[in-house]
Design a protein around this ligand. Sequence first.
Ligand code: MEV
Length: 438
Amino acid sequence: MNKTVSGFSKLSKEEKINWIANTYFSAPQEAIALIKKYWNADPKIQQLHDDFIENTISNFYIPLGVAPNFLINGKYSTIPMAIEESSVVAAAAKAAKYWATRGGFKATVINTEKIGQVHFIYKGEIEKLDLFFLQVKNKFYEDTASLTKNMQKRGGGILDIALIDKTNSLPNYFQLHATFDTKDSMGANFINSCLEQFAKTLKEEALKYALFSETEKDIQIVMSILSNYVPNCIVRAEVSCPVAALSEKNIPNSQEFASRFIQAVQIAEVEPFRAVTHNKGIMNGIDAVVLATGNDFRAVEAGVHAYAARNGKYSSLSHAKIENDIFTFWLEVPLALGTVGGLTSLHPLVKLALEMLENPSAEELMQFVAVAGLAQNFAALRSLTTTGIQEGHMKMHLNNILNQFEINETETHLIKKHFKTHPISHSAVVDFIANLKK
Ligand code: MEV
C-alpha cells in the first residue's frame, strides 16, 4: 500500500484524519473516533489549538497539576506544573511543605541578557573589517529603530553589538554577536528580526565601503539566529536552615542526612553519568512549569545542559554545603523566559497558569521555575539518600498500573489498602488482582 501523500497540508482536517486512519489503522473507524474524542467540545477553543501548528488532528493531553505551599522570598504561591511523570508534582508539593517550615526558598535573578548572532564569511584583511565595523556600528541601531522602538519603551532593546573573529575555529568565519534585554518577553521574534536586519545592513554597507576590495565587499551571510545558550540570564534559588532543623520523620539523624545529601550532590558535581540524571530531576520541575506557562522547554533544556557543561565537563547544576552548622542547598540556571508574547496570551490554560502565579514578570517567573527545579532536586536526593526512590515512585505509579485493568471501586480500595504495607511492583499488583478476581 502507498503510504506517501502529496499536498497533505492542503487537505481539510477531516481528509487528513481519513487518510491517516485508512493508511495506518486496521480499524480506521475506531482510530477516527479516538482522534475525535480528544477534540475540545468548544469549536472555538479547538480551532485555536488547531492553529498552533500545521496538520493538527487532535489534542495530546498532559496533566496540569499544582504544587501548593511554596514559600518564596517570604510569599506563598501555588505552582502550576504540566507533566506526565507520576511522582513529580507530589514531590514538589512535599518539598514545598518541608521548606515552608524552614524559612522557605530564596530566589534571585542575577542577570537577564539574551544573545543573538549573525554568522558570516568575510575573505580579506581583518584590520579593514574591524575599521568597517566601527564605522557602521551605529547604522545597525539606526536600521533597527522601528523594531526596537516598542522594546525601548518597555525599558529593553539592543545592549551591544560586537564583531567577533572566529577564524581560528573556521576559515573566514566571523560573527556579529549581539546582546539584548527583552524585558518580559522571551524575545525570540524580536531578536531574530533585529539580527536579520543587522545581516541586511552588514551586506549593504560592505558593498558601499570604499576601503574594501571587490572580494572583501562580498560578505556572505550564513545565518542570523538567536542563541538558546544564555549564560548571562541566570537565576539562583536557595534553601538553608540549621543542620539540626533538617530532622523529621524520615530523617531521624539530621547531621547524617545532611552529610549524605551533600555527598550525593558532590557525586553529581564530579561524575557526568550521575550529573545527567541529577539534572534530569531538576528539569522535571523546571520543564513542568516552563510548559504550563507557555514557554519553550526545548530552548530551556538546550541552554541549561550547555550551562551544566560550561567548564568543559558536564556537572551538577545544584550545590550544597554546611558552614557554621547551616545547611545550604542551591542552584543557578540560565532561563530565557517570557510572560508576554508567544503562547502566553493565546493558550487559555497558560493564561490561567500565569494568573495562578499572580501574573509574574519574566524575572519573577524565572524565580518560580528555578525554585521548582531546586524543590524537585531536593525531593529526589532526599528519597535517594534515605528510603530509595522506588517507594514513593511506585506509590504514585500504582494508579497507572490499576488503570490498565478493569477493576471496580471495592477492588481498587482493597488493592490500595494491601499495597500500603506491601512493596509495589507491576507483577505483585497483577498477581494480587488475579487472586481477587478468583
Ligand atoms: C526521575 O524522573 C528523576 C530522578 O532520577 C532524579 C535523580 O536521580 O536525582 C529521581
